[in-house]
Design a protein around this ligand. Structure first.
Ligand SMILES: [Fe+2]
Ligand SMILES: [Fe+2]
Length: 314
């Protein structure tokens, strides 16, 4: 297999980026984050002579709170993701225009989730601020992933984020949170479509190489929020609540993209491409088995057995 280098791929995929940037700009709504925050519920904290935060003020359940915290802190780490995409896609031309547009859209997400949580006193603002500082100082480092791996990873990650926001909104029991997170999830969906279309184009240009990237990203998938303090514990809480677990990761994130890319219908793969496809089958089987095991353990935990820790990667 002749592997395409980054420069060749950037050039081969440029027309697809341009086309999808236009499609995205036509489809994206210029929504106003301040319209989604219940400002009338807000009041001063202790520093301005008001009441300090206490857990009893939050109407959110512990699992809903954990999910909103993880979603927000994940969004907060945007400067790191911007750096990663800028490094891979570059600053120039249509690739650079996409990175900047995407970043501008993502920046809304953290700001309005934070506003919502502050005015509703949904989470401990001090703990949240300490966690934000720690998360951003750790940053997110994909380990210099090659271009096709970045495209595959962000396709899965945007879809994962969409599902996670959507399910958190439903679970929260608060129609205001549900509306806000549904709005954010629509953005994440458009982001996913952009990257998904890039991978589709890459599969035509370099099928074996792209398939290898997809396989590696399925096998090694780690949520971008994994650097957040207490991520493992919170991820288990969220999984136990059914907001995001390995079953959802397999059924609603990985499989829809694998099907969309028609990976099992690609004909004429070379030996390396075929090996990548076989490895993907094995990775999907492993993920499916882990999902089944987690569901079993969760069911057992409800009857008194210990809960699983096998959730931190999905
Ligand atoms: Fe986002
Ligand atoms: Fe996004």
């Amino acid at each position: 297999m002749t592997a395409f280098g980054t420069r060749a791929l950037l050039s081969e995929l440029e027309a697809t980026v341009e086309e999808n940037l236009h499609r995205h700009l036509a489809a994206a709504e210029n929504w106003m984050p301040h319209e989604y925050v219940p400002w009338s519920q807000g009041r001063d904290f202790a520093g301005l002579g008001g009441e300090p935060w206490s857990a009893g003020q939050s109407r959110l359940s512990p699992a809903a709170r954990a999910a909103l915290e993880l979603n927000l802190l994940t969004e907060d780490n945007l400067p790191s993701y911007h750096r990663e995409l800028g490094r891979t896609f570059g600053r120039n031309g249509t690739w650079g225009a996409w990175v900047n547009r995407w970043t501008a859209e993502e920046a809304r997400h953290a700001s309005c989730i934070r506003d919502y949580l502050m005015v509703t006193r949904g989470v401990d603002p001090e703990a949240l601020e300490h966690a934000r500082m720690a998360t951003m100082q750790t940053g997110f480092d994909s380990g210099d992933k090659p271009l096709l791996n970045v495209c595959a990873y962000v396709s899965f990650q945007e879809l994962a984020t969409r599902i996670s926001h959507r399910n958190t909104g439903h679970y929260s029991g608060d129609p205001v949170a549900d509306r806000l997170l549904a709005r954010i999830a629509m953005d994440e969906n458009l982001h996913m479509v952009f990257y998904r279309n890039l991978v589709t184009a890459a599969l035509e240009i370099a099928p074996g190489q792209t398939l290898r990237a997809i396989t590696d990203e399925v096998a090694d998938f780690v949520m971008p929020g994994s650097v957040i303090p207490g991520f493992g514990r919170k991820a288990v809480q969220i999984a136990n609540a059914g907001i995001y677990d390995l079953r959802i990761h397999h059924d609603d994130v990985i499989m829809p993209l694998v099907r969309h890319w028609q990976i099992f219908e690609i004909a004429g793969l070379d030996a390396e491409g075929e090996r990548a496809r076989q490895d993907l089958v094995a990775a999907l089987e492993t993920l499916n088995a882990r999902a089944a095991r987690f569901a079993e353990q969760r069911a057992q935990a409800k009857t008194g057995h210990s809960p699983s820790q096998d959730q931190v990667r999905g």
